[in-house]
Write a protein that binds this ligand. Structure first.
Ligand code: ASP
Ligand code: MG
Length: 415
């Protein structure tokens, strides 16, 4: 008998029929004697719809009120799921984030969880009830409703698992696990039985949308056993999905490369012919950061005759804003020949813990891109990742070629 937190995403609760299906799965686990806490997202498309309504009334809605609106999606699904479970003769109780007391800071629309009070949930569990909690939402210390950022229900699930010291956190979604690449682009992509937490963190930060990155960070911090599963499989079956493991605990035969991630939402900005002097990187990036724009990859050329070029990437949504910030700080904070940009780029990354102990992987990656004539514009690496920026029109080609080059379809399963 275990304490299990299950999180169901928007497509899994996208209709009353699907909610009934979720109820069946929950009931199945309950009948096996497990204690269950179920975290749900809003019905598919609902959060977009709610945010859209707010934008019909204002180009930049007040963030506090936007959260009041956006948080309602999850309140609907918790109630509906509780009703479906009661209909099956089970004791179920639903709670909003504020009722549980998922305490967050007050950064509306992307609040961070500070603390979760598990008391009420534990009491219900002790009484044999199934507890249903609204994902994505919390409450600040003044009682204001907050939300955790898009995809935030994953983080609600993992954070609750941590607070309740659950034995496992199961994330149910519309795919049956984490794949070597997005199967919509690479049909030969394989489901991974296991992936290390560090690889999952890299994949999430490099653009894989399977899990919200904060949820992975949480799982790492509290060593939560996390599993990604499909909610469309037979509720009576016991699919394995993908288990996110902690390397030091698992002595597994790890494949060198685990997966390929990509991100289309990127844009590149180059500041050409800036002076090559101390403080120039700060003079360029400082005002961009002050404008709350996230800077990702940064490349500075070797200087020649006292000048250099400086390039970095930002989220595509913030491209225009970054350009105008630079336009304002040019001549004030730094001198440059010109500032150019490109918002038709993408980032493709190869991730694998095996990189730590194998050489030649970067060369292999660059060769396979060169073989199909793809020009690499920027490169960045970490201990377990190599990422390149390329023209967006080559994204699919690059992902497929790399999947082939690293033999991911046939690679032995770790574990
Ligand atoms: N409903 C929220 C969203 O669409 C949170 C979530 O589904 O994780 O972003
Ligand atoms: Mg999601």
């Amino acid at each position: 008998m275990a304490l299990i937190v299950q999180k169901y995403g928007g497509t899994s609760v996208g209709s009353t029929e699907r909610i009934r299906n979720v109820a069946r799965r929950v009931a199945h686990f309950h009948q096996q004697g497990h204690r269950l806490v179920v975290v749900v997202s809003a019905m598919a498309g609902e959060t977009n719809r709610l945010i859209g309504l707010a934008h019909e009334l204002s180009a930049s809605p007040n963030p506090r009120e936007l959260d009041v609106v956006a948080a309602t999606g999850e309140q609907v699904t918790i109630g509906l799921l509780a009703i479906a479970l009661s209909e099956m003769g089970l004791k179920a109780r639903s709670y909003t984030g504020s009722q549980v007391r998922v305490l967050t800071d007050n950064t509306y629309t992307k609040a961070r969880i500070l603390e979760i009070d598990g008391q009420r949930v534990r009491k219900d569990l002790d009484e044999g009830a199934i507890v249903i909690v609204a994902g994505f939402q919390g409450v600040d210390s003044d009682g204001n409703i907050t939300t955790l950022g898009r995809g935030g229900s994953d983080t609600s699930g993992v954070a609750l698992a941590a607070a309740l010291k659950a034995d496992e956190c199961q994330i149910y979604t519309d795919v049956d696990g984490v794949y070597t690449a997005d199967p919509r682009i690479v049909p030969q992509a394989r489901r991974l039985e296991k992936i290390t937490f560090e690889e999952m963190l890299e994949l999430a930060s490099q653009g894989s949308k399977v899990l919200q990155i904060r949820s992975v960070e949480f799982a790492g911090k509290y060593k939560i056993k996390l599993r990604v599963l499909s909610s469309f499989d037979d509720p009576e079956a016991t699919p394995e999905g993908t288990l996110i493991t902690f390397e030091e605990e698992e002595n597994m035969e790890q494949a060198i490369i685990s997966g390929i991630a990509f991100n289309r939402d990127e844009a590149k900005i180059s500041v050409m012919g800036v002076e090559d002097r101390p403080g120039i990187a700060y003079a360029i990036v400082g005002p961009v950061a002050d404008a709350n724009i996230d800077v990702d990859m940064i490349v500075q050329n070797i200087g020649a005759s006292g000048h250099t070029d400086f390039s970095f990437t930002v989220h595509r949504n913030e491209y225009q804003k970054a350009l105008s910030v630079l336009g304002q700080s040019k001549d004030k904070h730094f001198k440059a020949r010109e500032i150019i940009g490109d918002n038709q780029i993408c980032k493709v990354s190869v991730v694998g813990i095996g990189m730590r102990s194998h050489v030649g992987l970067a060369a292999k990656m660059f060769k396979s891109l060169a073989d199909v004539g793809i020009n690499i514009q920027m490169i960045s690496t970490s201990e377990i990742k190599i990422a390149v920026v390329i023209d967006e029109k080559y994204l699919e080609l690059a992902v497929r070629e790399l999947h082939k080059a690293f033999e991911l379809e046939g690679a032995p399963q770790p574990g």
